[in-house]
Write a protein that binds this ligand. Sequence first.
Ligand code: SF4
Length: 230
Amino acid sequence: MTNNFLAKKSVYDITRFTTLDYKDHLACIIWFTKCNMRCSYCYNSKVVEGEGILSNQELFDFLKSRVGKLDAVVLSGGECTLNPDILELCEEIKELGFKIKIDTNGLNPDILEELVDFSLIDFIALDYKAPAQKFKHITQNGSIEKFYKTLDMLIYKKFPFEVRTTIHSDLLDESDINSIALDLHKRKYNGTYFIQNYLHVDDTFNTLSQYSIPVDKTLISNVVPIEFRN
Ligand code: SF4
């Protein structure tokens, strides 16, 4: 690692320990700044719009201190694939012996494919934000074709990943969930589709009702296995 690489600051914060974010793993979470979306319900606006606080030197000092205590690192944010050093970061994390999970909105298919092809990551949690007709409204980004490219690439390569959607009833309803599930079925996604309910915080990008009406599960189709997380 060069001094230039070690001096760069793109990490907003580190969650030092989690058993929840990467199933069956003891992990930490690295929160990277910047994102190419502005989701209405995003509770990480400070991470998305903030400046990096921790240098790569500080990041790797921490990770070295976790060798033998944790077995995995989750790269989240923000959108971690926007980091121009993501390949090198993953290489160096792998050198320490950790597994890597990436949380992503899927808008960087080429970077994700490189990470997969070079075996630099072990698992992906892919956010399927909305069906096509609502994608731009919810994310403020109209590049759903890039998301589809990522989704198809991961299915084609049989890479271990999960698809998930955050639901707020101001934005998405049962018919939208069914539309996504049907699309996953058509693309031959054979994993579980996870639905997670919006949890209210004050500083989201758009003002949303504090209470989201729960999904009526009787209206949800079963074309793919669906699991509700909260
Ligand atoms: S919720 Fe949306 S805006 Fe927030 S970090 Fe994730 S993709 Fe970016």
